[in-house]
Design a protein around this ligand. Sequence first.
Ligand code: NAD
Length: 764
Amino acid sequence: MTAAMARACVLGAGVMGSQIAALLANAGLEVDLLDLAEGDEPAGRARAARDGLPRRRPPALYLPEFVARIHPGSLVAPGAALARADWVIEAVVEDLAVKRRLLEQVEAHARPDALLSTNTSGLSIAALAADRGEGFARRFLGVHFFNPPRYMKLVEVIPGPLTARATVEAVSRLLRTRLGKGVVECRDTPNFIANRLGVFAVMDALHRMAAVGLSVDEVDAVTGVVLGRPRSATLRLCDLIGLDTLLHVAGTAHAGLPDDPARGTFLPPLAMRAMVDSGLLGEKAGGGFYRKGTHDIEAIDTSTLTYGPRGRVEVSLPTRGALGDRLAALLRTAAGGDRLATFARDHLLATLGYCAGCVAEVADGVEDVDRAMRWGFNWEQGPFAIVDAIGVQALRRAFADAGLGAPALLDRVAAAQPPRIYCQVQGTGFALPLAGPAVHRPLRPAGPADDAALLAAGETLMENEGARLVYLGDGAAAIELRGRLNVLGPAALSLARDAVEGEAFDCVALTGAGAHFSAGADLKLVLAFIDRKDWQALEEYLRLFQEATAAMRYASVPVVAAARGLALGGGCELCLSAMARVVAGELRIGLVEAKVGLIPGAGGCKEMVRRFGGDVDRFFATLRDGQMSDNAEHARALGFVDAGDELILDEERILQPAMARARALADGGWTPPEPAMLSVAGATTLGRLEAQLQERATAGQITAHDAAVGRALARVVCGGGDDGPVSEQRLLELEREAFLQLCGTEATRARIAHMLDTGQPLRN
Ligand code: NAD
């Protein structure tokens, strides 16, 4: 197998092929993207698809210019592109005969060591490889991306009967480390795991909807968040996937699963068939179960296929709190006879029953199915974690209440000790095996040790509600920010500051627990100070913030930030203050203080001035507009990630590389930097920026308060209007002054309160 994966060839430039090409381009690969000819131009279709990528929403590419890494070509003469590929990805139309003909060409032209995969949604890998030689079959497998491939974590890997183990392992590693995907290995059964079970769930809800006579709004009101599924629930999901595609995938299950007792569920209900026949295919056709009306979204009446205003659905089921509690409430409400709750319960039980019935056929273990449903369909928890969340006895009662037979798996769970599918023993996860004695076995990890596992294996030296300091051995320690979105209150800041002072370690990494680095300052606290007019307490908080960021920068040991998810406001300032950064590909970082009527007050302005000196135009508009990055490459373009910072797509494993970077800095003979004099843009530029703000305000492009915040920011980043170099200390004073002054305005108070209430910025 090719060690260095540098060039791929994607066959088919449709919805999936073009976006897979973008994903690979984001990871730095060169990609040949081939499709059928368009008119006289052999590469016409591929070119059109490639050229459309920079405009795709949500963005497929990290930066529009990455489109240059994608080279359009033609399926009419694919030889040269196939011959130079390290990885060939087939993603043409879902048709066995078409794919087989194309794979014959792949066999003829591809390099003997190239990795060969198909993106089929559910065709048999064995059938696709049937007429190919052994050399082909050993390197060929299903690598099933989900749409949109940049954002969906799941990739199913499906070995065929002759696929070499080395091929499976190489591709799984590649998907995880280079592309940041969550890999689930599947058996070669129709529609593999996520589509088999996810499409069952959709079709089951559709059949029950028809049987009970529910409206579109009613179905979606109780099959989304109520069941731990995304807001798109069932019918909005159908519109997103496309009803024709859904019928196609369901048809593959129906045709390929002659012995499946629930096979009938994969046949379309009458209304769905009628919608497809009438071209009401969903979002791509301008209408499906929903459509955009003149004013509002409208929903279809499935008995007449006419659209009308959406109905308000009164549901007394919880949408917040732990999933187990929500589902317990659902079961109680259904037992009381509520019509919608009964529908949701019966649908949930049918889905759990189906998953339990076919898990052994589609996967090696329950964890594969749970990961596939979380990563592929965005379920909050997979079906087997849901069994535990409800509890085996409560679930048995629910099956009895619903008049349904409980799956045999529940007897197995009841016989196990503890009577659960998953359990933890001394920090190690265990799961019930699908066959043999009902004794839990260690959980198969989703990959090498991730950041959470590394931290769990360390020794906690200090901890409070905002952060903890973990010793990782060999002179290395990590500060882990924690709490809701790892917001930075005084506890987190003082721990971070104290942890790096003194010379207890050789090197330190700074990271956030869970999915995010930190959403920034504790705005609740800031608002409380403002409301109490406790300016002294507010200033103390700000000084502590500045001490924490200064500690990161001037510590006697090198501190490297490991950032993923959100790193906003004060979170961004901590990141910028570290000596270096290791960042996840999807990092959303920014000095977004302007959105709440503030400016960066904890060294953020100073750090931007350090990076760009007097060239304020390089970053002023970004801070003025409170812009955050769409991804880490974009963050680099915005100036929040430095040229030498490392970017890693496998976002759950960034701590180790951050530690390695900090260790290398330490081993290279670390001397902490001294506070410096920084060159600033000075008075003339300040005057220009102020005039620009005035112009924009006069033209109605920004509000008066936007202009006021902009002026405060301009003054700080221009060094207060001094022309000569200014000290870091002076910039920090200017930051504090501006921050406190803005906190005293009613408009900033209103912005902060609105953000806390709604999560959205207020434009006042
Ligand atoms: P698509 O219709 O958008 O694109 C298919 C491409 O195949 C088109 O660009 C078309 O020009 C090309 N094509 C059509 N007939 C051809 C032929 N005879 N020979 C060669 N090429 C031909 O489809 P898509 O959604 O991108 O799906 C591509 C593959 O990915 C399918 O196997 C599909 O099952 C699978 N898939 C789709 C999704 C999804 O959500 N759309 C998700 C995962 C996997």
